[in-house]
Design a protein around this ligand. Structure first.
Ligand code: SAH
Length: 344
């Protein structure tokens, strides 16, 4: 059985090749890209400046349809979570995060997650498969359209949804190039963030891509032992090697890294943690995002008090780390990663 490709699998040069192969001029590729990525269409039939013959041919050769929404939940703060059904019955979660005048989309890259971090809901049901480039882009297109309704155009993309982006490297890279491409979504590379749990070989590969994107590292542990407990990936890619890979990445790309660090009461925000992080970050110019733990009922953790959170931040700042506290958004709608999918 041959499966028909989603048109969003095609890069711009691939679409040009296709147009030429069916005796259409190459500028058709530009027109089709505009309809898909800039004018929010969701079918070939809406592409008014294409001939009937071409529309019929496209309908024969490709799939192009919006994602099927299973659920949409809107939080008091405007954060909106979508749960989509994919063709094979898998489900993905996508989050729209509004700011004053613009919108960020938090995108999933895999159905489930194989990394099993001991605070994250995404890994609880295990991993099923990688998402295809078209499935990654379709999430963004959906949120782009939604954001226009609220007059807060989509400006930022963060790969912090379900799954490990660097474990789906090739499809991710293809999607990022389309997000960045002027003829497609035209979102600046610096407004695209890839977050990883620390897959070292892929951090090296990412550094060689020549992209100006932002890299975030989910650190969460303050030394090898504490990271071993929270993140099984640390057994394969230990704390010190990860920090070394980060230093190499910063040196070779001349870009900063943001470290994400979860604040779990009595686990990650002790004095010992401050001292250890001080050592680990010595001489490194970086940002640290402190994320208060968002309760997931399958784990037995607690969120620190506000006072504990800010005390920890102040201590880090004292030794020169630029730390910000990321206050939870959309808590009332199961804000933490992977929770919506799990609740079904
Ligand atoms: N696999 C990648 C991409 C997912 S990012 C990575 O690990 O970076 C998911 C982020 O959600 C993690 O950095 C973590 O900070 C956050 N997260 C997951 N579960 C959380 C929870 N219960 N409370 C707060 N943040 C959580």
């Amino acid at each position: 059985m041959t499966t028909i490709k989603d048109i969003r699998e095609l890069s711009y040069p691939e679409l040009v090749d296709y147009c030429l192969s069916i005796n259409e001029p190459d500028y058709r590729a530009t027109q089709i890209f505009e309809w898909i990525y800039q004018k929010s269409t969701s079918s070939f039939d809406e592409m008014r400046n294409l001939s009937e013959t071409l529309k019929n041919q496209l309908n024969k050769d490709f799939v192009f349809k919006p994602l099927d929404i299973e659920k949409k939940e809107v939080s008091e703060d405007g954060t909106t979570k979508f749960l989509f059904n994919l063709d094979d019955g898998q489900r993905v979660e996508t989050v729209l995060i509004p700011a004053k005048t613009r919108t960020t989309v938090c995108v999933s890259t895999q159905a489930g997650c194989k990394f099993g971090c001991k605070f994250c809901a995404s890994g609880i049901g295990g991993w099923t498969r990688n998402l295809a480039t078209a499935e990654i882009l379709a999430q963004i297109l959906h949120v782009k359209e939604e954001s226009l309704k609220h007059k807060k155009p989509l400006s930022h993309v963060v790969f912090m949804g379900v799954g490990e982006p660097l474990d789906n490297f090739d499809y991710l890279m293809k999607a990022i190039r389309m997000i960045n491409n002027k003829k497609a979504l035209n979102i600046g590379a610096r407004r695209i963030t890839v977050s990883t749990c620390g897959v070292i070989p892929k951090i090296h590969d990412l550094g060689k891509q020549g992209l100006q994107i932002e890299l975030a590292i989910s650190l969460h542990g303050f030394d090898n032992d504490s990271r071993n407990v929270l993140m099984p990936v640390n057994k394969k890619y230990p704390f010190n090697e990860l920090m070394k890979a980060c230093r190499e990445y910063i040196k070779s790309t001349k870009r900063q890294i943001t470290f994400e660090y979860i604040l779990i009461k009595d686990v990650t925000c002790s004095n010992e943690a401050v001292q250890s992080l001080k050592k680990a970050f010595q001489g490194m110019i970086c940002k640290m995002n402190l994320i208060p733990y968002n309760p997931v009922k399958e784990f037995d953790h607690q969120t620190p008090t506000r006072q504990e959170i800010y005390q920890f931040k102040d201590q880090l700042e004292k030794f020169g780390v630029h730390a910000t506290v990321r206050m939870p958004r959309g808590r009332d709608i199961s804000g933490a990663c992977g929770q919506l999918r799990l609740r079904q």
